[in-house]
Design a protein. Structure first.
Length: 256
């Protein structure tokens, strides 16, 4: 009796397995994790920030590998797509980006200008009337720094996972934008740095220790070498920062 029962039980199971195999498409492969396309990922990034801060002023303590004493910098961010970084006082330099354009001022003189190369303001304080327009603008800004928006992969980042727009984790020679999979916050920007004098190099900014929608630690690498480390020491939010802070024109000389 036990042998007969096993035969009656196994026969339907074998038939079901045969039917399933016949219905399986030729060349079928095991399912893999679904990876979001770049445009939809940009929508999620924009949606996660749409009700966040209007503006923020970050006081930074800058350290450089040479071992010089820490210096204070000031980073201003404002919606939409506005950023102003006042470098350590000794340099007398200001870097301003506004809606896909940027300038570098030294001693109140424009020394460089052109399309935005630093996407921090674009990713944290994006511009757009709706998610479609915002996603389109973000995609254009990402593509403008030579990131391949047709390629999106996944990689481990710290204790979590990040989407990589632009390549694979081992392709360190390719411009990339890393987006945290859980929070949709940008955590790495790997972009070509093209100085006016000298060859280009891969410059990577790591955005770490997020709190209240803002990174609290910035690390900048040239290739594998750490060249700047800035830690936030103070934050002020929603101060209605004036538009004059983000003026891309050369400041006018004071009247005599």
């Amino acid at each position: 009796m036990p042998t007969v029962a096993r035969k009656h039980f196994c026969a339907p199971l074998v038939r079901c397995l045969l039917v399933a195999l016949l219905l399986l498409p030729l060349g079928a492969k095991p399912a893999r994790a679904y990876i979001l396309p770049a445009d939809f990922l940009c929508r999620l990034v924009a949606d996660s920030h749409k009700n966040s801060l209007k503006d923020a002023t970050l006081t930074l303590s800058l350290e450089v590998p040479e071992g010089s004493p820490p210096q204070e910098e000031r980073l201003y961010l404002k919606r939409p797509e506005r950023m102003r970084l006042v470098f350590a006082p000794a340099s007398q330099s200001v870097f301003v980006t506004r809606e896909a354009q940027q300038v570098l001022l030294t001693e109140n003189k424009i020394v460089a200008s052109g399309p935005t190369q630093d996407l921090l303001a674009v990713l944290l304080f994006p511009k757009g009337r709706d998610l479609d327009e915002t996603s389109t603008r973000m995609m254009q800004a990402i593509a403008s720094v030579e990131v391949d928006t047709n390629t999106v992969t996944l990689a481990r980042h710290g204790d979590g996972i990040a989407y990589i727009i632009g390549g694979h984790v081992w392709e360190t020679d390719k411009p990339q934008i890393w987006i945290d999979k859980a929070s949709y916050m940008p955590v790495r920007m790997r972009i070509f740095h093209r100085p006016r004098n000298g060859p280009p190099s891969m410059r990577e900014t790591r955005l770490l220790n997020y709190a209240a929608g803002l990174p609290r630690l910035f690390e900048v690498y040239d290739g594998d070498q750490l060249i700047r480390r800035s830690e936030v020491t103070q934050v002020a939010i929603n101060q209605n920062l004036p538009e004059t802070l983000f003026d891309l024109r050369e400041p006018r000389a004071p009247r005599s």
